[in-house]
Design a protein around this ligand. Structure first.
Ligand code: UN1
Length: 501
């Protein structure tokens, strides 16, 4: 199937979006996939008005019925999983197997949200006054602005949209300008679900905004979007957070990571090695949960580094880097030349401090894509440059002597998303869980590949937001405390106050 055929299957109305201003290329070979029209400020205004109108109608639809729409969306995703995964692969360059995994995350969050649509529980709280009941109610919040990144071009939308929709909120989605086609494909699948759902799904319930940072800023500043859920770099979050706060909006930020795996002397290397490799070089190191640092006990670091080095060298030499649609490929391209150059800059910055450096160069230049051989860097400490997240297959291997020291190194970066320890010692595992400052703390599991059922997100410069599972849905609703008096006599005042008029 050609890319044109795939696009036609997934985005029946693609022609309506074609235009001159946004060229979409595939990182696999830098060939153009399509050229799209960007939304103007006036276009966005129309979409926001439609989203507000949709909110007034959608909030009145019972939540379990709203869940039915998300159930149908999940069915469309199941039916189109392979096509959508291919488009994810073509547009962002992750290998097809990971494209499938990403669509599976979408299906999973839809299932989760369907169940949730019958469980948006509030509380009944004991009142201090006679004949009073005090409830805590969760009410729809309003249209949600979703800003997503290129590396999970569809799953991140679904984590937000599936929850927002059952909570009663329309969605306005600005995907990365590098991956707008997968967004249009999701919108088309959503439209199919709506067609099967019936007329109580209002127009404007889910809309895509195509454009760059400028139109994103317009969303961020608009008070009619009470929640902005933004995924991307810490730099982006630094701009978004204060702007949303300035209008007293709510933001849900999923920003950079600088995730580490601590490998203790008791670790089972048969578990540790594949976990480190998937975390470091999987998705070409372009997950916010990718493993950027391995903090290994000094007694095992040399042997571990040798094994990591020989594994990544073998990947490069055995043709496992390349076309992400090819089933034998494990590492696809970086998103673009700028990503490759950033990786080189980080390598140059760390080189003077390195004990050994393996890999890191460009491969398959003739393809037109920016493919990098994964780099492993053995260090004897944690230099300044390691504190910055590099979105590439670049992993720093750092020694430690005591577990306290390992955690100190671990926590000394500004980001706080995912963390891991490889150990067979219960005490080490529990010490790690208590002291890791991250939102996610894995034991004998790598840093990437979190399940949707848990709350996903991190602390510090990762932004503090939580999305997908657990009680993340609360971010998409507003909490109302509602005391009711049901007695006959003059009601008592709280706090024991008497006020006789
Ligand atoms: C991201 O890279 O932005 O935990 C999200 C994981 C995936 C999500 C990554 N479930 O690796």
């Amino acid at each position: 199937m050609t890319s044109a055929e795939l696009l036609a299957r997934l985005i029946p109305d693609l022609d309506a979006h074609r235009g001159g201003d946004l060229k979409v290329t595939s990182p696999t070979d830098s060939a153009e996939l399509a050229s799209l029209k960007m939304d103007s400020a006036a276009d966005l205004e129309v979409k926001i008005v439609a989203a507000v109108q949709a909110f007034h109608l959608w909030r009145e639809v019972p939540a379990p019925r709203r869940g039915e729409l998300v159930r149908l969306l999940g069915e469309e995703l199941r039916a189109h999983k392979e096509d959508l995964a291919r488009l994810v692969t073509l547009e962002c360059g992750k290998i097809l197997e990971e494209g499938r995994g990403e669509v599976q995350e979408m299906i999973d969050i839809c299932d989760f949200a369907v169940g949730l649509s019958r469980q948006l529980y509030g509380l009944t709280i004991a009142s201090e006054r006679p004949n009073h009941v005090m409830q805590e109610n969760w009410l729809p919040l309003g249209p949600v602005g979703i800003i997503s990144a290129f590396n999970f071009p569809v799953a991140v939308w679904s984590w937000n949209a599936a929850l927002a929709l059952v909570c009663g909120d329309p969605c306005l989605w600005k995907p990365s300008e590098k991956t707008p086609l997968t967004a249009l494909a999701c919108q088309a699948l959503f439209d199919r679900a709506v067609a099967r759902f019936g007329s109580d799904a209002p127009a404007g319930l889910s809309q895509v905004v195509i454009g760059d940072a400028k139109i994103g800023e317009q969303m961020v500043d608009d008070h009619r979007l009470p929640l902005i859920s933004a995924t991307g770099s810490t730099r982006m979050g630094r701009a978004v957070g204060p702007r949303v706060a300035a209008r007293f909006g709510r933001s849900l930020l999923e920003l950079g990571g600088n995730n580490a795996i601590i490998v203790t002397p008791s670790a089972d290397l048969g578990i540790a090695l594949p976990s480190i490799l998937f975390g470091s070089v999987g998705t070409a190191g372009q997950r916010c949960t990718s493993t950027r640092r391995v903090i290994a006990h000094r007694s095992i670091i040399e042997g571990l580094f040798d094994q990591l080095a020989s594994n990544v060298t073998a990947l490069a030499e055995s043709g496992r880097i390349g076309d992400p649609l090819d089933p034998k490929t494990l590492i696809g391209p970086l998103i673009d030349e700028a990503a490759f150059q950033t990786m080189q800059t980080s390598l140059e910055a760390v080189r003077p401090h390195a004990v050994r450096v393996v890999g890191g160069g460009r491969v398959l230049a003739e393809s037109g894509g920016w493919y990098a051989a994964p780099a492993m860097v053995l260090l004897d400490g944690q230099p300044e440059s390691v504190l910055t997240e590099t979105f590439a297959p670049l992993t720093y291997v750092i020694p430690y002597d005591t577990l306290e020291e390992a955690l100190a190194i671990h926590n000394s970066v500004p980001q706080g998303l995912s963390s891991a320890i490889m150990t067979t010692d219960l005490r080490e595992a529990e010490f790690f869980k208590r002291h890791s400052d991250c939102g996610i703390a894995n034991v004998n599991i790598g840093t990437s590949g979190a399940e949707i059922g848990g709350a996903f997100g991190g602390e510090k410069e990762t932004g503090g937001g939580r999305e997908s599972g657990s009680d993340s849905w609360k971010a998409y609703m507003r909490r109302q405390t509602s005391p009711t008096y049901h007695g006959h006599a003059r009601p008592a005042l709280a706090h024991g106050i008497t006020f006789e008029v």
